[in-house]
Design a protein around this ligand. Sequence first.
Ligand SMILES: [Fe+2]
Ligand SMILES: [Fe+2]
Length: 257
Amino acid sequence: MKIKKIRLDLGLEKSLRVIHITDSHLSYADEQDTEFTHTQAVKRRDCFRADSNATEYGDDYAAEQLRRGVAYAADADLLVLTGDVIDFYSHANLVLAQEILKDANYLCTAGNHEFAYRVGEPDLETTKLERLPEVQKYFKTDLRFASRQIGGVNFVAVDDCYDNFAEFQIALLEQELEKGLPILLFLHSPLPTAPLGGDAVEATRNMNELINRRSDLIKAVFAGHWHGDGIYLLPGGRVQYVQAGGFRDALGEIEIY
Ligand SMILES: [Fe+2]
Ligand SMILES: [Fe+2]
């Protein structure tokens, strides 16, 4: 397991340990899925296995790596998943994700792949909203906005899986800011490192502006989606940590002290 250790000084009396897993890309099909999905599952598993150099566990490598990550987080204060837990919208993937995560203490945000029946189909907001109620049934926390306050820190997970935000998420983030605790923000898609221009969708521009303006409380951002590790400076002097994909047997271990 490739563990990226991050230490954040928030002046806590008692330190916290949080595990960040993203982009596991489970790729499976079962008897409730279509023939197309069965073919896609085999192709996609082969493609991620080649990318990850996984040699263990045969066809189950993606699921086993996620299981090991979840087990590693068992005694942590929190596990945060930032989307693409599954590679495509299938019954097998959703049931498996639910089974692996059933005992975990987690927050999870959506990734773009959670709503893709066919990998590569256009990312349409309407399709996502149609499939969201079904996908949501298999996860314990709200995939579009969820928060948890632990030991003086507010962990906030927000869905930006198509690089966009919605108006209701701005209002919810403002409510979180009113709590006055330092916030660690978890997203699927990394934030742009410069303020958005006037051509961006209004809610997305306003959310970015709010995140940038409130660097007093939003202390760091954690994201996935790019599948490789990266560290980027955001406006306001905060760091954005992009976590490598779980399908590469990678996770982030954040110690907050
Ligand atoms: Fe991904
Ligand atoms: Fe993604």
